[in-house]
Design a protein around this ligand. Structure first.
Ligand code: NAD
Length: 262
């Protein structure tokens, strides 16, 4: 399978899962649009590294996706860099905030909905006409086990991820007769900066060493007691982009070490 000549936009790809996905798609020959926050020098090293390691074109677009204007700026900046549209969209940018509902800051609730539910909607809305013109497209939403089940203190995240899976199913139905698929991937724990912050919090609150806090976090939910790896999420994204996966659409695929089998 080759993705030569196709462009993949991966939101939130300056770190963690998104960067792992970018690597796997570049390995298959896809040109890449990176997006996300971070140190300019480090991002440039990631961008040029992908070009050098895989011989593909790689652009970086800095847009903050927590508003419709931010999503418009993403597509404008892509166009300004000569990228007419994306054949592959990976909606991945995300954040977490952990708090009981009665203390949950309303602005954090709104930010999480804007970034993790509304931005994928605005992105898909803008991306579909190009995919239809090319008669091919792949949309992959990085949801979570928290799109299928809940945990305490994660109201905004769980609500956004459940919504994202629902959005993906609607898009799958609206594109079912075309060469376009839309699926959600539901990872369990993956050791990225987003989860490292939760390990920090647990270590502090329960007076544990960092390693003990990490094991306690894992063993509470993930029966394999091992983290999934960003490149494993990337491998599933890559498979979903292949012809073999052409009939997989509207699915929720877990990579969770058994979390949701319980
Ligand atoms: P991460 O913190 O390593 O990466 C998040 C990325 O999103 C970064 O590139 C960051 O710059 C970007 N981002 C944050 N706010 C943004 C904004 N307003 N606009 C544009 N980009 C923004 O986290 P991660 O663990 O790699 O998470 C990636 C996705 O995977 C998220 O949607 C997350 O919910 C999901 N997920 C993660 C886990 C896990 O265990 N790590 C499990 C299930 C699902």
């Amino acid at each position: 399978m080759s993705l030569n000549g196709k462009y993949a936009l991966i939101t939130g790809s300056t770190s963690g899962i998104g960067y792992g996905v970018a690597q796997r798609l570049a390995e298959k020959g896809a040109n890449i649009v990176l997006n996300g926050f971070g140190d300019a020098g480090e991002i440039e090293a990631l961008r040029s590294g992908l070009e050098k390691d895989y011989g593909v074109a790689c652009k970086y677009v800095a847009a903050d996706l927590a508003s419709e204007q931010g999503v418009a700026a993403l597509f404008d900046d892509m166009a300004a860099q000569g990228v007419a549209g994306a054949d592959i969209i990976v909606n991945n940018a995300g954040i977490q905030h952990v708090s009981p509902i009665e203390d949950f800051p309303s602005e954090k609730w709104q930010l999480i909905q804007d970034l993790m539910l509304s931005a994928p909607f605005y992105i898909i809305k803008r991306a579909l006409p190009y995919m239809r013109k090319k008669d091919w497209g792949r949309i992959i939403n990085i949801a979570s086990v928290h799109g299928k089940v809940a945990s305490v203190n994660k109201s905004a995240y769980v609500a956004a991820k459940h919504g994202l899976i629902g959005l993906g199913k609607v898009v799958a139905l609206e594109t079912a007769k075309e060469n376009i698929t839309c699926n959600s991937i539901c990872p369990g724990w993956v050791l990225t900066p987003l989860v490292e912050k939760q390990v920090d919090l647990r270590a502090e609150q329960q007076n544990l060493s960092w390693d003990d806090a990490k094991m306690s976090l894992l063993s509470e939910k993930q029966p394999s007691v091992e983290f999934a790896k960003p490149e494993q999420i990337g491998a599933l994204v890559s498979f979903l982009c292949s012809d073999d996966a052409a009939q997989i659409t509207g699915s929720e695929l877990t990579i969770d070490g058994g979390w949701t089998a319980q």
